[in-house]
Design a binder for this molecule. Structure first.
Ligand code: XIL
Length: 404
């Protein structure tokens, strides 16, 4: 069967299911009118879907076959995904989808110091570039850009780090790491996440900085130092500060947005070579705290500093949604849609990267599982590589975006 045909069948099946589903939902609506007192938690959540069950919802309509990378390119945007080397190298169909949809490729863990099962820094003296080299090769083969993630991250330090690195030698280690890794890929990397997740308000530092070994050993200037070293090693790469928890209208995110703005201002005022903010964008379909105005204002403040903005790790967790697949897919798609609409209004947003591409491979099954044990559906393609409503939502967001 051609891909086009199976795509059509997929869409048709969905439309058919939708009709029966809608009938069911409407009868649920009648039930609700009798009083919510009879409804359990799941049924209450289904009511959210009544609100979403709009036959005109853009994301249920397939916008045609043009790939996401092409739709993005049409607006001078870049679209791509973070992918694991082990999965990409073993799964041909997946590799095909990745090459078809993505204009930029990010190793999900090949360039972190150490994330099981892959260790870039097996010993204090050595580097193992197998995964990252392979990913770069794949990217070049399919004319994709390549992105580095990440040079400094408190969560990816290897076992030997604790007993080896101290305040006397920390600078040397940071310097050696950044120089070696960045120089190796010099001229071939679109952008580097130089520092990842350096802010944690609850750690109590006056500027909201996270208490990491680097902060302890080198003081708060470790961030600026990392940017300077990266710039020296590859003057053409776009250098990014990347963080999560910046998206929602909740006190925690508000505090983090303020701390990020403060950090960015400080780096800029000191002339540090920082070029963009990376907003991870791990969204939660169960949450309702997205406030377009708050988010828009934040993006504008970042843009006003002369920085670009990249959406670097977009996915939508359906951990707390009802089990029904169609309900989940709709709410996930709507979440993508609402978020990207606001993000892409801002001309400083240059790039959209999802954290994975297919539900077959998502970190969320491990890190944010559902309590009923069902597998998550947070991404753009289903486990068979078929485009979901979420794919439609992103495609339509690119189509509607103002050109850069
Ligand atoms: C995650 C990966 O997806 C996992 O495979 C890995 O084991 C742990 O890290 N924020 C980040 C990413 O910046 O590096 C994280 O990736 C997800 C959260």
């Amino acid at each position: 069967m051609s891909q086009k045909m199976s795509q059509k069948m997929f869409q048709n099946n969905f439309s058919r299911n939708m009709l029966t589903r809608r009938k069911f939902l409407y009868s649920l609506g009648a039930l609700t009118a009798m009083g919510t007192v009879f409804l359990g938690k799941d049924e209450l959540k289904r009511q959210q879907v009544l609100a979403l069950d709009d036959p005109n919802a853009e994301y249920i309509k397939y916008p045609g076959d043009t790939s996401l990378k092409q739709r993005a390119r049409n607006k001078n945007l870049i679209f791509g995904a973070a992918i694991r080397y082990d999965q990409l190298s073993k799964d041909k169909e997946y590799a095909q989808s990745v090459s078809k949809e993505c204009g930029i490729l990010v190793p999900e863990w090949g360039l972190k110091w150490s994330v099981y099962p892959y260790i870039l820094r097996p010993t204090p003296e050595t580097f193992d570039f197998t995964a990252a080299d392979w990913m770069l090769y794949f990217a070049r083969m399919y004319h994709m850009k390549f992105r580095g993630h990440t040079l400094v991250w408190h969560l990816s330090l290897p076992d030997w780090f604790e007993n080896t690195v101290n305040s006397q030698n920390a600078r040397t280690f940071l310097e050696q790491h950044i120089k070696t890794v960045v120089r190796r890929y010099k001229g071939r990397v679109h952008s580097w996440d130089v520092v990842n997740e350096a802010i944690e308000i609850t750690d109590g530092h006056p500027d909201g900085l996270r208490k990491t070994p680097w902060l302890e050993f080198l003081g708060e200037d470790y961030i600026e130092l990392a940017f300077r070293l990266a710039h020296e090693a590859d003057p053409k790469a776009i250098l990014v500060y990347n963080d999560y928890g910046l998206e929602y209208d909740i006190a925690e995110d508000e505090a983090k947005r303020n701390a990020v703005l403060k950090l960015l201002k400080r780096l800029k005022s000191r002339g540090a070579p920082i070029h963009a903010l990376g907003i991870q964008s791990h969204l939660d379909a169960g949450g309702t705290n997205f406030n377009p105005k708050k988010f828009r204002d934040f993006l504008a403040e970042v843009a006003d500093m002369g920085l670009d903005i990249m959406i670097t790790e977009l996915d939508v967790a359906d951990t707390d949604l009802p089990k029904d697949i169609e309900i989940r897919d709709r709410i996930v798609a709507k979440t993508y849609s609402d978020y990207l609409k606001v993000a892409l209004e801002q001309p400083a947003v240059t790039t959209v990267i999802t954290w994975g591409l297919s539900d077959k491979y998502t970190w969320l099954n491990e890190f944010y599982p559902r309590s009923d044990g069902a597998l998550l559906r947070p991404l753009l393609l289903d486990r068979n590589g078929q485009r979901k409503f979420a794919w439609n939502a992103i495609a339509r967001a690119f189509d509607a975006a103002p050109s850069r």
